[in-house]
Design a protein around this ligand. Structure first.
Ligand code: PEP
Ligand code: MN
Length: 257
């Protein structure tokens, strides 16, 4: 299955790169970051406006105001965009403003939300839950397909294991398994998968080598000032280097970027 997000096709010959900040914070922040990732060759702009945060006292996202920023920056830099919905009510709010919808790890088994994004017809990036088995991810995807939406992309973003050295354990077995068991495109998120800036590039390279259809990476023009996930966000310069490395590996795997 190939999934069209704006002018970009996920799951085809091209290795897809989705990049941008964890959260949309301001026009200046998103525009500076978008300019940098576009310059380095990213295909899709990511950025959360509704943020599922572990603590209710953490930044919760900029909501509808952030959506307007996302739309403006997406148009300005000719980058299709993706943002997360946390609730069925959020879908209508973002429907006309974004090119794809993300269902986050915490909502992988929110079955009403899955059916609703299915009914929306928008391309959906479905992230694996932190304690979900791959077969449960596939059945969650089935809810979206069954609601009449064939445009589903699976995303491995790390799971919780006994290992605490990194935020999560990126399960690349799952990528190999999903590529064999499913026709849906598979994307790897090494940012949440490791939670450590220095490990994002190595695992992005591994994702290209294991046969993923693309990556989703957090990049911030000024990570020290980020309102969420700054510790795992790449500096634009690091992202440029990552793109060069991933391009070389993708080529070995028979893909363009
Ligand atoms: C995100 O992509 O910003 C995010 C919250 O990811 P996850 O659902 O994988 O934690
Ligand atoms: Mn994040």
């Amino acid at each position: 299955t190939k999934v069209q997000i704006g002018n970009h096709t996920v799951g085809g010959e091209q290795f897809s790169v989705m990049a941008g900040p964890c959260a949309v914070e301001s026009y200046q922040q998103l525009a500076e970051t978008a300019a940098a990732v576009k310059q380095s060759g990213a295909h899709i702009l990511r950025g959360g406006i509704f943020k599922p945060r572990t603590s209710p006292y953490s930044f919760q996202g900029s909501g509808v105001e952030g959506l307007e920023i996302m739309q403006a920056v997406s148009a300005e830099f000719d980058l299709p965009c993706i943002t997360e919905v946390m609730d069925t009510d959020d879908i209508e709010a973002v429907l006309d403003g974004v090119d794809a919808i993300q269902v986050g790890a915490r909502n992988m088994q929110n079955f009403r939300l899955l059916r609703a994004v299915g009914e929306s017809g928008k391309p959906v990036l479905l992230k694996r839950g932190i304690a979900a088995k791959v077969d449960e991810l596939l059945l969650a995807a089935e809810y979206i397909l069954d609601a009449g939406n064939p445009n589903v992309i699976l995303c491995e973003r790390g799971i919780r294991t006994y290992e605490t050295a990194t935020r999560n354990t990126l399960d690349l077995n799952a990528v190999a398994y999903l590529k064999q068991r499913s026709h849906l495109p598979v994307i790897v998120d090494p940012s949440h998968g490791t939670g450590v800036r220095e490990f994002v590039a190595p695992l992005a390279r591994a994702a290209a080598a294991v046969g993923a259809d693309g990556i989703m990476v957090e990049v911030h023009h000024n990570p020290e000032k980020a309102l969420s996930d700054g510790h795992q966000s790449l500096y634009p310069k690091q992202f440029t280097e990552l793109m060069q490395q991933v391009t070389a590996i993708a080529e070995i795997m028979g893909r363009t970027i």
